[in-house]
Design a protein around this ligand. Structure first.
Ligand SMILES: *[C@@H]1O[C@H](CO)[C@@H](O)[C@H](O)[C@H]1NC(C)=O
Ligand SMILES: *[C@@H]1O[C@H](CO)[C@@H](O)[C@H](O)[C@H]1NC(C)=O
Ligand SMILES: *[C@@H]1O[C@H](CO)[C@@H](O)[C@H](O)[C@H]1NC(C)=O
Ligand SMILES: *[C@@H]1O[C@H](CO)[C@@H](O)[C@H](O)[C@H]1NC(C)=O
Length: 480
């Protein structure tokens, strides 16, 4: 323990001397609270180190803090939860495109518009790296600051391309690998919005983000997969996880009364619990009824008339991270959202994953490959299937693998938060060069150049001509 705090002190002392107090603009436009939870610890660490922050967010902190101000954009875009069905690629893309037009309204928000008109300067912009980035990245030019992206997911389409590397599908799984189908459509909307708001027109969606100096991602190689990556992709997976707090009294009593341990159930905050339907809920409760363990369910059951088994406690919200850390909690039944996935790994517990949409499917695949989770397809969520999956995941094999994954996840030179602070200040310190420092030169090359087509052509054309001339000469010679 001593050596860790010593390292932290040295780390802080090394960097604090070099970076003066800076003005930082944070833009996190999506209405998913889990995304903002990823950047909030970084914001507070940067404040601790004397920086000033203005955050454009749907989730301003309740408590006031010196040098932190917010532009509250909540209510501009209603938070639409995902239904438990109908999340195919077409519907997901439709949603992305509808969201785009709503995101554009943020730029018209009186306070945001005033800020952009004022030509106030900042030292850094931190922008959520998500579907909205193509229309928010140009703000950096308006406020004359370098810009870094912060991706709340493990990875996201374009992440590599923006830093100057191709995503190779064969071994670098992508979240929305089919999203390229709707690219032309997407491109049109982005161009229109950027032209109207900034007078900027770029040739592609990737190019709208070309000024990003760096992207932080919610990943760590030992936690998921080791990808080839450029220096500008900084892994800060687990940044949102803070030290556990004691569990509230009523939940603690329920846990302590459980002779055979406790299982947690939650579908997170972006899946609509209403859309689950009575039959699926009954399947779930029927499986729980047959367990000897106790179950704590995070579920809004108001819409349902249900008879709860005695071993089940239903609450509208629970302190998930603190519960997962409890030694009597054995297993998490989860939609495998990003936050839940990381908190489960952090606490070394196995999972029964019921992915519903988006990155949940991707996270589940990775957890299953690591043998720390048993997956159930939502459409096959029957009582027997769930019961069997729970019992499978409760076997020792999963507990051992989960503990091992926890160790691999924790084995790092610096905590995710220290890493994020260091690289954020790195970009501020090296503002003038930052656009080029961490990316590959590929960002400046077009398709022909980066695939060496021009070079190949320079060699191939004389070669082909020579062969042709030889053949022609031979033909003439044979004729004579
Ligand atoms: C607020 O920022 C200023 C520098 O701009 C600094 O001098 C002051 O100590 C900060 N206040 C707090 C409470 O961090
Ligand atoms: C990138 O930065 C340059 C220089 O500040 C600016 O001219 C250009 O418009 C920016 N591009 C985008 C897409 O924001
Ligand atoms: C992507 O497209 C392929 C072929 O069109 C299809 O087989 C696959 O299921 C799609 N993936 C997703 C996630 O929709
Ligand atoms: C960055 O560029 C500005 C303007 O060209 C210059 O005044 C400043 O000294 C440079 N900063 C560093 C650290 O080189």
């Amino acid at each position: 323990m001593k050596s860790i705090s010593f390292a932290t002190v040295v780390f802080c002392a090394l960097t604090i001397a070099q970076t003066r107090s800076s003005e930082i603009l944070v833009i996190f436009p999506t209405t998913a609270q889990s995304h903002y939870r990823v950047v909030r610890p970084l914001i507070h660490s940067l404040l601790d180190r004397g920086h000033k922050i203005l955050a454009i967010t749907n989730f301003p902190d309740a408590a006031e803090r010196a040098n932190l101000s917010h532009i509250d954009i909540s209510g501009l875009k209603p938070h639409s939860k995902f239904k438990t069905n109908n999340n195919g690629i077409i519907n997901t893309m439709k949603r992305v495109i509808t969201n785009f037009n709503t995101y554009a309204t943020i730029l018209n928000h009186p306070t945001v518009a005033k800020l952009l008109e004022s030509r106030q300067k900042f030292d850094l912009v931190i922008a959520e790296f998500f579907t909205s980035t193509p229309i928010f990245a140009p703000i950096a030019t308006v406020v004359d600051a370098p810009i870094v992206g912060f991706c709340p997911m493990i990875t996201f389409p374009w992440i590599n391309e923006v830093m100057g590397m191709e995503t190779t599908m064969s071994y670098m799984p992508s979240l929305l690998s089919n999203s390229t189908d709707s690219m032309p459509f997407f491109q049109r909307i982005v161009r229109q919005i950027n032209k109207n708001h900034y007078g900027i027109q770029t040739e592609s969606v990737i190019k709208t983000m070309a000024n990003l100096s760096m992207i932080m991602t919610n990943n760590y190689h030992s936690m998921f997969l080791p990808f080839p990556k450029l220096p500008g992709i900084i892994e800060v997976g687990g940044i949102h996880v803070v030290d556990p707090k004691p569990v509230p009294q009523d939940l603690n009593d329920f846990i302590n009364g459980a002779e055979h341990g406790v299982i947690l159930f939650s579908l997170g905050s972006v899946v609509s619990e209403e859309s689950l339907g009575a039959d699926k809920l009954n399947n779930i409760l029927d499986a729980f009824l047959r367990l000897k363990q106790r179950v704590i369910m995070k579920f809004d059951a108001d819409k349902y008339k249900i008879q709860l088994p005695v071993n089940v406690k239903v609450v509208k919200w629970f302190p998930q991270r603190d519960l997962l850390a409890h030694p009597k909690v054995l297993l998490f039944i989860s939609h495998a959202g990003m936050m839940s996935t990381i908190e489960t790994i952090h606490c070394g517990k196995p999972m029964v994953a019921i992915p519903i949409f988006g990155d949940q499917i991707f996270n589940t695949k990775l957890l299953v490959e690591k043998q720390v989770a048993v997956a159930i397809e939502y459409k096959h969520l029957e009582s027997d299937q769930l019961f069997d999956a729970i019992n499978e995941a409760l076997t020792e094999k999963y507990a051992i693998k989960a503990k091992r994954l926890q160790q691999l996840y924790n084995d790092r030179p610096h905590s995710p938060l220290e890493t994020a602070v260091y690289w954020t200040e790195y970009v501020i310190r090296n503002k003038n060069e930052s656009k080029e420092l961490l990316k590959s030169q590929k960002v400046h090359l077009n398709f022909y150049q980066s695939n060496l087509i021009d070079i190949s052509a320079a060699f191939l054309i004389p070669l082909i001509m020579t062969i042709y001339i030889i053949q022609w000469t031979m033909k003439r010679l044979r004729k004579h």
